[in-house]
Design a protein around this ligand. Structure first.
Ligand code: 13P
Length: 254
């Protein structure tokens, strides 16, 4: 049984003071959160350490939004996996479409990062997703297949099992236009079957596949009810404590 997993990607939002306020509000509305739902909060690098401290004693885990694949060295402006684990990070989002679009990330670079993250004890949340143009051309499955094969290339079954894949159709990110539950389920099923072919069905059944793209309190329950949608990677709505908590509640099986 896969644990429903809700992650909040804050993107480039919230300075230190604002981060403290949001975390305090999140904790106030959801004391202790739910043991049945895995909750991950991914603030900017500058708020990781304080987020870890403020969530101490809750079941909320902290994740980063990116990392470099090398251990250390002359890479000005970059952050290593060890730096993330040293401030208590357990997760890292990799290959988000904004990183692919604005910072030149590719399946190959995301794959290098995923390997380093796993070797370092971080659980990667690896993002894939097609653009509107690709969907309209009818090549969604080809695009997703190339991305999944590329980003998982060379990973062992045991590494894939514990990784999280996030399906984020680019046309649904920040647009208010989410994929319908059926559109999302179809791609999630496709990804799971593909992992089944690449590894084995028991591995595919263990992989948590999150949906991301305009997830809101109003559409979360219908999306999360789909058999292959194991959680959500939330952007805009995770910046409001009320909305994020409602999405967590929507994932709660109880
Ligand atoms: P929105 O929820 O704002 O569409 O963003 C989704 C996303 O990119 C999460 O990583």
């Amino acid at each position: 049984m896969r644990t429903k997993t809700i992650a909040g990607n804050w993107k480039m939002n919230k300075d230190s003071d604002e981060s403290v306020q949001l975390i305090i509000a999140l904790k106030a509305k959801s004391p202790g959160f739910s043991k049945d739902v895995r909750v991950i909060v991914c603030p900017p690098f500058t708020s990781l350490a304080l987020a870890k401290q403020l969530f101490e004693g809750t079941d909320v885990a902290v994740g980063a939004q990116n990392m470099h694949h090398e251990d250390e060295g002359a890479f000005t402006g970059e952050i290593s996996a060890k730096m993330l684990t040293s401030v208590g990070c357990r997760y890292v989002i990799l290959g988000h479409s904004e990183r692919r679009q604005f910072f030149g990330e590719t399946n190959e670079s995301v794959n290098r990062k995923a390997k380093k993250a796993l070797q370092s004890g971080l659980i990667p949340i690896i993002c894939v997703g097609e653009t509107l143009e690709e969907r309209e051309k009818g090549i969604t499955e080809q695009v997703i297949s190339a991305q999944v094969k590329g980003v998982l290339n060379g990973l062992a079954a045991a590494e894939v099992e514990k990784s999280i894949v996030a399906y984020e159709p680019v046309w649904a990110i920040g647009t208010g236009k989410n994929a319908t539950p059926q559109q999302a389920e179809d791609v999630h099923r496709f990804i799971r079957k593909l992992i089944g072919q690449m590894y084995s069905w028991p591995v595919a059944e263990k992989v948590v596949i999150q949906y991301g793209g305009s997830v809101k309190p109003e559409n979360a329950a219908a999306l999360l009810r789909q058999p292959d949608i194991d959680g959500a990677l939330v952007g805009g709505a995770c910046l409001k404590s009320e909305a994020f908590n409602q999405i967590i509640q929507a994932a709660n099986p109880a």
